[in-house]
Write a protein that binds this ligand. Structure first.
Ligand code: ZN
Length: 469
């Protein structure tokens, strides 16, 4: 078996890990979009580094766009095989991939306006909404934990990992031809927190010979998880009551938005939420919340107890889901204090950019960052204290208060990663490959794992092939 990373190698986005068996079959683990403002991204998103027609199977760990967002292009460019994922992941991809197609089309239309004016060649979208709908036909639902045979001596299972609704680690099993022995590889996908706000905790991995492990927070520890809720109440009071400003929360439409809405629902039930209006301004978030309502089996015992008391955990009288662009624009003109939750989380697309554009220069407003943003993205720049930002071809002064609450992160920190990996049998493990992290985070995690006795920890670069004997 051979293993090569074609994305999320020494970086966070673009997850694509290719396995090639001795008989020549190819299994692609994830097919994500490179996100952020890295100038290499357009090229990396155009050229996979392999021929999509040569791929036999795709197994998807979860629906986030940095793991799934190039599937429509993979199919458009000739991949005809099955795409295996959990039912919840398929449901989420059913709304997220067409939305991504819409963003691709809208971004190209925006930049083509200027290209046309300047007499430059027009760009084409990576893929369209239609391409996104077309790829959905190749998805096949698999149950968690069950082994699924791809061909003789090649099988896989998905184990829930608490990162996102439907998310899981992928374990691949094959027979080594020289020794005849079974070999196993686990790909962690994105590892959730040990006590996720709503989802069930990550389940332990079985014994494996090889591990492909994410390392997003390989050099960091999160705040105490309770910090989020009390901090949220304080911020709402300071911004919306004392300063009569707006609290703007950029959030991934899927996952983070539902967590925030649930937190506000909780605060409302316990009469801790001031009487201000809350708007979820993202059509995708509205659809995503419907999918969350459909998969309540995926939630942890604490959330199930909450459900017994409140059957509508994503609804309270002050909460409004905004659909039309006109309603969204009206929010910008309204002087009333309010909370606006809008996508995308990294602020590189979606309606959040209009809210940023209209509110970032007012010191009475607060921007609350509650998730990971790729460092070069607008969200990443603001997380790291940028005082000016560039948006819609204009430079804006960051006068609004900017706060970052890390406890909402969907990614395990290094202590939590090591805790998650602890049940692995180190005696059987032959090598560990760190992916999905900035190089500094990966080096930090590698040295921690080395101290804990993990063998052969490698940080593969894009396109480097390793043989898994
Ligand atoms: Zn993810």
């Amino acid at each position: 078996m051979e293993f090569t990373s074609f994305g999320a190698a020494r970086t966070v986005t673009g997850s694509k890990h290719l396995l090639r068996t001795e008989s020549g079959k190819t299994v692609l683990l994830d097919c994500g979009l490179f996100q952020g403002r890295d100038p290499r991204n357009p090229t990396l998103n155009t050229h996979f580094g392999f021929d999509p027609r040569s791929i036999d199977f795709l197994i998807l760990s979860h629906a986030h766009i940095d793991h799934s967002g190039l599937i429509p292009k993979l199919v458009k460019d000739g991949f005809t095989g099955p795409i295996f994922a959990s039912q919840a992941t398929i449901d989420l991809c059913g709304i997220m991939l067409p939305d991504s197609g819409h963003i691709q089309e809208a971004d190209v239309a925006f930049s083509n306006k200027f290209r046309k004016r300047d007499g430059r060649a027009l760009k084409k979208p990576l893929y369209t909404v239609k391409d996104a709908y077309a790829c959905l036909k190749q998805f096949k639902a698999v149950s968690f934990y069950d082994w699924h045979e791809l061909e003789e001596d090649l099988a896989f299972q998905i184990i829930p990992n608490g990162h996102l609704l439907g998310s899981g680690a992928v374990v691949v099993s094959w027979k080594d031809q020289a020794s005849g022995a079974e070999r196993r590889l686990a790909y962690t996908g994105d590892i959730g927190r040990p006590e996720p706000n709503m989802l069930k905790a990550p389940m332990p991995l079985p014994e494996v010979d090889y591990l492909i492990c994410e390392s997003t927070y390989g050099d960091r520890l999160h705040d105490n998880q309770d910090f989020g809720l009390s901090d949220l109440v304080q911020l709402i009071r300071e911004t919306c009551v004392e300063r009569q400003g707006k609290l703007i929360i950029p959030a991934f439409s899927i996952g983070r938005t539902q967590e925030i809405v649930f937190a506000l629902d909780y605060l409302h039930n316990f009469e801790m939420l001031p009487p201000i209006q809350v708007y979820v301004d993202s059509p995708l978030s509205t659809k995503g919340t419907e999918i969350y309502r459909k998969h309540l089996e995926a939630f942890n015992a604490q959330f199930q107890r909450y459900l017994a008391q409140d059957a509508t955990p994503f609804a309270f009288p002050q909460l409004h889901f905004i659909e039309s662009a006109d309603e969204s624009k009206a929010l910008n003109d309204s002087p009333d204090p309010c909370i606006i939750i809008s996508a995308s989380g990294m602020m590189e697309a979606g309606r959040i950019r209009h809210h940023m554009f209209n509110h970032i220069e007012n010191p009475n407003n607060t921007l609350l960052i509650v998730g990971y943003s790729e460092p070069s993205s607008l969200g990443g720049q603001l997380t790291h204290g940028a005082r000016t930002i560039r948006l819609f071809r204009q430079d804006l002064q960051v006068k609004a208060r900017v706060e970052v609450i890390q406890s909402y992160s969907g990614h395990a920190d290094y202590r939590e990663i090591l805790h998650y990996l602890h049940p692995l049998n180190q005696g059987r493990l032959k090598a560990v490959f760190l992916v999905h992290g900035d190089y500094e985070s990966q080096l930090a995690l590698a040295s921690r794992m080395h101290r804990q006795g993990y063998p052969n920890i490698e940080i593969p670069d894009r396109g480097q092939t390793r043989t898994l004997a």
